[in-house]
Design a binder for this molecule. Sequence first.
Ligand code: GAP
Length: 438
Amino acid sequence: MEGASDPTLMDKVVNLAKVRGFVFPSAEIYGGFRSTYDYGPLGVLMLRNVKNAWWRTMVQLRDDVVGLDAAILSPPSIWAASGHLATFSDPMVDCRNCKERWRADQIGATCPNCGSADLTEPREFNLMFKTHAGPVDDEAHVAYLRPETAQGMFTNFSNVLRTTRKRPPFGIAQIGKSFRNEITPQNFIFRTREFEQMEMEFFVPPADAAGWFDYWLDLRFRWHLDLGIPASHLRKRLHESEELSHYSVQTADIEFLYPWGWGELEGVANRTDFDLKAHATASGEPLDFFDQAANERYTPFVIEPALGATRSMMAFLLAAYDEDQVGGEARTVLRLDWRLAPYAVAVLPLSKKDELEPTAREVLSVLQPHFSCDYDTTQSIGRRYRRQDEVGTPWCVTVDFDSLEDRAVTVRDRDTTEQVRVPIDALLGELQRRTTTG
Ligand code: GAP
């Protein structure tokens, strides 16, 4: 990867993301809408791959975690009990001169925009988006867009216990959109007002919480490494006590080395029994567990790994971006793990001539049920290779005129650019071998 030392890396990745259809600024034809982004044809594939990779590790490969998809719209009672109405806020100051608004903890005594020292006193600004459910626009109909997916796992704790017969230690995982009225959204899709989270609440006997915290922190750290974030760009950082969220007694960030320096990628928190107890008290519904073997009732502690899907995608893009030389020519290449790349394979007929199409389409139909595939007939083969390199496609399969005679195709590797001839009948097996061995 280019590394945090390249001052232009961020601009290059943002530009590539836009030009190649990963991420577009939202509402661009109306001049854009600050801090919102749309995921284009390649972005939607990659974001889905990030989410699938998370789900596979966190749910599919385990027998102690189940899934959930809870509502985004939620009543104030949830956020009163969770503490978000009272405490989920940033201190904010307004510049009386230029009217810009800033986070008080991120600026000094003067406005970073106009230099004026005429700033208001800091005020707490709640980060939740408030709306009204139904046609009546009054306090009785207030609803909030969730600022984290986690509360759905707490409010459904008893439903999941009852319907799955899981018992602690077990987890509930969810992927979905969250919304925060961030005062300073910034750095492309790093901090946005609308974003996607991948969270898992793992319910454990209180005495085991510290051990499970270490377990999940370690497992989550290795997940990023396994999918291609270099060890030099990943570290763990324990929160100081004054940094802890209102619900946490221990939090560690998994930090990534962004172009602007180290910053949070994922958080792992010990939320104790705070949320279950708060909802039990507020709703009057018991949210606890009866351990028959020990003949005791207790409220589980919760260990929570929480990662932004969109932030994770950005870290993978930054880590994968590279520039090198091939045959004396400069190229841009995204060295994405094949599990994350928008396309695992591109099928490329050497020429647009009609004779190649039936064989090329036959190859495509063999691969499509197993891999996300692109099919591209435009421009020279060299240009097409470069285009696939730039969007991270690990393998190009070229169908040429010899293919019609020998029923073989050329497989080109993105990273080494090495090309090998493979019989069409052995192609699927060859690609499956490459995707299981590395
Ligand atoms: N349920 C705990 C929780 O929400 P958090 O640290 O506020 O904790 C978890 O958020 C993760 O969600 C962060 O580590 C980050 O990856 C992502 N995230 C949080 N706010 C975000 C934002 N405004 N834009 C994009 N991702 C965000």
